[in-house]
Design a protein around this ligand. Sequence first.
Ligand code: TXA
Ligand code: MG
Length: 321
Amino acid sequence: MPLDDAVARAVDALRGGELVAFPTETVYGLGADASNPDAVRRLFAVKGRPADHPVIVHVARATQLDELAHDVPDVARRLADAFWPGALTIVVVRDPDRVAPAVTGGRATVGIRVPDHPVAHALLDGFGGGVAAPSANRFGRVSPTTAAHVRADLGDDVSVVLDGGPCRVGVESTIVDVTGDEPAILRVGGVSRADVERVIGRTTVPRTTGETAAPGTLASHYAPRASIEVVDASTIGARARARLLDGARVGLLAQAPIPNGLPDDLVVLDPPRDVAEYARELYVRLREADERGLDVLLVVSPPDADGLGAAVADRMWRASH
Ligand code: TXA
Ligand code: MG
């Protein structure tokens, strides 16, 4: 089916309360009409997500902030101007008439994002309202970055899967909460903390625990079946030998160049050449670790520890706990 027709069908599906998987620049999302409580309930059921985990609402353009939120502070507008469309989610005060309480697990706030992807834009623009969408994987599984990942994970539970090719960024959006006294970063992702701080004109404190932190970022929500061990580049050989001696099937994910002299039995996954490729390929490699039957995946975080490197390191740290 031509993409235009597929998008039109997806818009109809959303209007009819059905679920639609769609590409964004970060990861694929599983969308439902954010103003339709039944559709949102179905979304949580298919995803297998606890009811108190809030979902991000996606819109076509920044001017829709005021349609979904109350008391939008100036700093939210500055962030929207700077980064939308893009990999930033802004948490603001929810308008109860436009965003069903189930979307945010009853919270008074809502995370809003304008994704930077032509297919997402066509879908959101055609639909007109807010689309509630978590990443299109079952709860606790690795996020999908291709349409094939979505189909493999969700199967017939989703009526429409829009295929927009592989995701360009590969890790989820950065989440900034602007409802408190000072802006706080709830999740590092596609937009760097330094860039956020430049726009808001002050440093931020990461807030990953507590009442207003983002549920689902606490535990290992980014893990494959293989157990992840984050290691230093200098200890790969020793660690690999120890785990191989235990009888485990051991793999390695590290940015190129891979050091010489590693054990022959170590399965070296195709090494990303830079941090952008690392982020883009991260979830593909984690899936590969499972496909290749690895028990243990040793991971060396990107040498570049800012921006996308911080997002990759964050996901791997969580996956290892
Ligand atoms: O890049 C992304 O953000 C992708 C694409 C599809 O947009 N979406 C995504 O959604 O990663 P999900 O549901 O897998 O993760 C959303 C995170 C969760 O950790 C959730 O707790 C947090 O955002 N979140 C959403 N709304 C929130 C709110 N009102 N307050 C605090 N955290 C919120
Ligand atoms: Mg997710």
